[in-house]
Design a protein around this ligand. Structure first.
Ligand code: TXA
Ligand code: MG
Length: 325
């Protein structure tokens, strides 16, 4: 079905009450909410129409599988079958920025659209207290991709969400800023070898310390991680990576000591990767906006060490710099 009701833009409410957010979700409406990673655009995952609304609001070009969010591991494991690795990881890292891909239970009422028709589901239990309260009160699996329009930067504040999706969704639950600032680590535990699909705050090393050696997804394996489009995290200006200094027409994304003058956003003066990760999306938003206004034609990004959280930051930056489709 391609027709949709002719509707004017919906006024988006900024709300502060998790119960009001939960009621809207239960009524099939779209509500953006903050988590410790980024703001998500939530919908009742069991309501395919509501889930379709997510793709519509985001203008996503394809039906990527979405992460289902829960208030507890118990609630999550009603929809997927945990193995012993999943149980160990849930015990250590939930609530927190880790998503587990597991075989879906036949009894799960999560819509196929939310799961993109896959035999697996991605589940996570966010640590943010406001999100937790909303999820507890909604008492439903809540599908939530990052609350940006497709291909744009993930939002880390209610203001970012309103700029991206205002007029397209029912409400934004004001949840403050996002402590981690990068999307969750995605680990596939549905096959014989645990496989890291998306790096994040919970690092490869932290996971291996708990469950032993991981495999890595073949780069560009569209089947394994269908949502990981090469140009997913793109600001509107081109991005040049590993730049030790900006050219005259480039704004600069700095990490540590930087040349004076020009237009610059400092990720972390002291080269702290956690601080840099928390600032990353805000930096890209800010540079994109201000560089365009001031006539710069590109963003040069300083090199980031490829260790620990730097792996996740470089993953995002290389997507931002990927050729545009
Ligand atoms: O931090 C986060 O995870 C945020 C917040 C809102 O929770 N959400 C988020 O969702 O980043 P999204 O839809 O932007 O990313 C979902 C990722 C994609 O890379 C997708 O391909 C992968 O999870 N994914 C979801 N379900 C999957 C499945 N069944 N198998 C493999 N990958 C899956
Ligand atoms: Mg996203």
């Amino acid at each position: 079905m391609t027709a949709s009701r002719a509707e004017g833009p919906e006024p988006t409410r900024l709300i502060t009450n998790p119960d009001a957010a939960a009621q809207l979700l239960r009524a099939g409406r779209l509500v953006a909410f903050g988590t410790e990673t980024v703001y998500g655009l939530g919908a009742d995952a069991t309501n395919a129409e509501a889930v379709a609304g997510i793709y519509q609001a985001k203008g996503r070009p394809s039906f990527n599988p979405l992460i289902c969010h829960f208030a507890s591991a118990e609630a999550a494991f009603q929809h997927v079958r945990p193995n012993s690795m999943a149980e160990k990881l849930a015990e250590q890292f939930w609530p927190g920025p880790l998503t587990l891909v597991l075989p879906r239970r036949a009894s799960s009422l999560v819509s196929q659209l939310a799961g993109a028709g896959l035999p697996t589901l991605a589940v996570r239990v966010p640590a943010h207290p406001i999100a937790h309260e909303m999820l507890r009160l909604a008492d439903l699996p809540i599908a939530a991709p990052s609350a940006n329009r497709s291909g744009r930067i993930s939002p880390t504040s209610a203001t970012h969400v309103l700029a991206e999706l205002g007029g397209r969704i029912a409400a934004v639950l004001e949840s403050g800023s996002c402590a981690v600032g990068l999307e969750s680590t995605v680990l596939d535990l549905s096959g014989p070898t645990p496989t890291l699909l998306r790096p994040g705050f919970i690092t490869h090393e932290m996971l291996e310390a708990r469950i032993g050696a991981l495999g890595t997804a073949a780069p560009g394996n569209a089947l394994l991680a269908p949502g990981m489009l090469a140009s997913h995290y793109a600001p509107s200006l081109p991005v040049r990576l590993n730049a030790t200094a900006p050219m005259p027409d480039e704004a600069f994304l700095a990490f540590g000591p930087a040349p004076a003058g020009g237009l610059m956003f400092q990720l972390s003066e002291t080269r702290n990767l956690t601080e840099a990760a928390a600032n990353l999306f805000q930096a890209l938003h800010w540079l994109d906006e201000h560089a365009t206004l001031r006539g710069f034609t590109a963003i040069a990004a300083a090199p980031i060490p490829g260790t620990g959280l730097g792996i996740a930051i470089n993953d995002r930056l290389s997507r931002a710099a990927a050729p545009r489709g």
